[in-house]
Design a protein around this ligand. Structure first.
Ligand SMILES: [Zn+2]
Length: 240
């Protein structure tokens, strides 16, 4: 258990993730839009509940590194950014969830990504009498766009600034070396908007399916609050 004392105290204060929740919440399926801090929440959840973080992205990368489970063809596809076949991902996740460390629960991250995967997962869970809790970290797009488009980088030393949240002392110039700050290409508004919209298009039908299938879908607004506060919101929602 590596959760900071502050978070732990916060959890206790909010009555979040009580022993009851710890005993019964087995399968957590985590969704998060770009800019939602999904990685941080996954870590807080797994640390607090003592269950593994099952990230398909990480598993595929590991599989490629260790040359196991992932064929060279799949690896090549992944590197080209092509979606890997549902059956390949389903089998990989199933194998992972069958390991002893996942017997008391797990946090799924990056899966299910398609309707076919969602159907596969809910079938697998139902066969085992496991109820899933779906957590969706949603963000207000305008807030995320304002935050991300405000980012600036010093091309010389790499220091990051934000014109709103962490402005340089002199407009658009690096505090350390006076270099003119630049905006990275992937922080342009149209690029961010496209990423958010792609996320929405891909995730919405999966969330709708999980909801209609009787699963609990908890929507948590993660636009503005620091990670600890978002974590407490999740805890309180899981409690109800
Ligand atoms: Zn600099």
């Amino acid at each position: 258990m590596k959760v900071s004392l502050r978070v732990r105290a916060g959890f206790a204060a909010g009555g979040a993730v009580s022993n009851v929740a710890k005993r019964f919440v087995k399968a957590i399926v985590l969704f998060g839009s770009p800019g939602s801090g999904k990685g941080t929440q996954a870590k807080l959840l797994t640390d607090c509940l003592g269950i593994p973080h099952v990230s398909t992205g990480e598993m595929l990368r590991d599989g490629i590194r260790q040359g196991r489970g992932v064929t060279p063809k799949t690896a090549a596809k992944m590197q080209a950014g092509i979606l890997v076949k549902d059956a390949v991902v389903d089998a990989m996740v199933e194998e992972r969830l069958s390991r002893p460390d996942a017997a008391n629960g797990f946090v799924l991250d990056g899966y299910p990504r398609t309707l076919v995967q969602a159907e596969h997962l809910t079938g697998w869970l139902a066969e085992r009498g496991i109820h899933e809790v779906v957590i969706h970290l949603a963000v207000d797009y305008n807030i995320i766009i304002a935050r991300l488009t405000g980012r600036r980088e010093c091309p010389r030393c790499g220091t990051l600034y934000n014109v709103v949240l962490r402005p340089p002392k002199v407009d658009e110039l690096c505090d350390l070396d006076g270099e003119k700050l630049v905006r990275r290409d992937d922080d342009r508004e149209d690029v961010i908007r496209a990423r958010l919209e792609a996320y929405d298009r891909q995730t919405r039908p999966v969330l709708d399916f999980l909801r209609s299938n009787g699963g609990r879908v908890i929507e948590v607004d993660a636009s503005n609050d620091p990670p600890e506060a978002v974590f407490q919101k999740i805890g309180r929602a899981m409690e109800n």
